[in-house]
Design a protein around this ligand. Sequence first.
Ligand code: HAM
Length: 462
Amino acid sequence: MPKMFKKKEEEKVFKVRRGKFVSRLRGMKDILPDEYKYWNLVIKKASELSKAYGFRRVDTPVLESWELFERSSGRSSDVVTKEMFSFIDKNNDKIALRPEATPGIVRAYIEHGMFNLPQPVKLFWLGPVFRHDKPQAGRFRQFSQFNLENIGEPSPVADAELIAVTYYFFRELQIDVTIQINSIGCPLCRKDYLVKLENFYKERGRRVKLCHDCKKRLIKNPLRLLDCKEKLCVEMASEAPQIVDGLCDDCRNHFIKVLEYLDELDMPYNLHSTLVRGLDYYNRTVFEIWPTPAESQATKSADAAAPKKDELPRQAALGGGGRYDGLVEYMGGRPTPACGFAIGLERVILKIKEKNIPLQDEEKGDIFLAQLGDQARRKIMKLFEVLRKAGFNTRQAFTKDSLKSQLEIANKMGVKYTLILGQKEIMDGTILIRDMESGIQEIIDYKKIVAEIEKRLGNPAK
Ligand code: HAM
């Protein structure tokens, strides 16, 4: 019985309250301290690459108007029709938790007059997004994306630069990936293609074999038939006319240029004729980043459709993006070409864990401060601040009393030296320095601690 509850009544109340545990929602994840080393690694890599390639960080609200996504991500996209967390707020406004970042970034570009800045505006975004997806390995209802958006640049160099940054991101994290790439043309050349596509599905009783969703897609947005993951639909899509064959001259030349840049940079890409992406705003270049087959094993459980030949299912994509030249204007801005991508960070972290890539343990320190007795503890708390401010990687366990347990913690933290202060040392004006590898202890003058540590570890400021 807990000592703090003296009366029987209080104990009763305590038990009733303790029984009512509320767990986290389905598809949501807690990030525990041990996990943070992975997050710090991927966030650092994303930030470094963004900076090197001239993308500046931007953030947007988690909540936006529902209409923003309905108009941009698209009325026929799964993201809007099936997966959005939306609700009516206290003012009767229909709002949504952002299912992706691009619409909010485009809204911010228009709303803050970024079109008046020198173009292109290159933006880096990192944060959580929400989709009411079916939770599985690698598929969550809250997950984090790293986005780069290049707004205001029509050149194919911009497409190639984005693809190169995604590729370097994975390569530098030691994850083997392939770039799946396609061009879905512009609204003009797509018009003729869509007629061909519709005719294809109407031929030889194909329509009846389509899944329920694809039957609807055939009426609303036939291009999305190519994006379906149902087995029969995937099979039919592989025989459908290819969109690249119907590109107009401008779109074909743009695509050729993108591929030429990728060749120049030695990027391993795969021309993927049925890649159309699941969002409505894309035109011309579309791409996805897939783990290479050997890399894909652990994410296979996340995939509804069986992989076709050596292809990986779309759900295993680690990232994706493309050009969206019509979106800024469609959202109320000036005609502005743009392209971007998003990488799903939880999937990247899954890959890093699978591969057992060695990570630096951030909890490790260089020096541990141990104390014996209350007077020593007070002194050591002050010394800790002195060493921390001087830039030494210092660790402590002020609340512990026994030297044994403090040395155990110091060992776990992998420190090189432990400074030990007890009653005797306080009287003598000294402190012990223990080399944790050899176990050798030396007495040093308390006033000369900083100089002594600098001698052994170097000056952290240099
Ligand atoms: P997306 O393909 O919908 O693109 O999402 C990008 C990435 O987010 C996916 O490749 C995947 O790694 C990750 N992802 C998607 N759904 C989930 C989920 N339920 N759980 C975990 N990870 C997931 C976009 O969002 C576009 N806004 C990309 C873009 C930016 N296009 C142009 N600019």
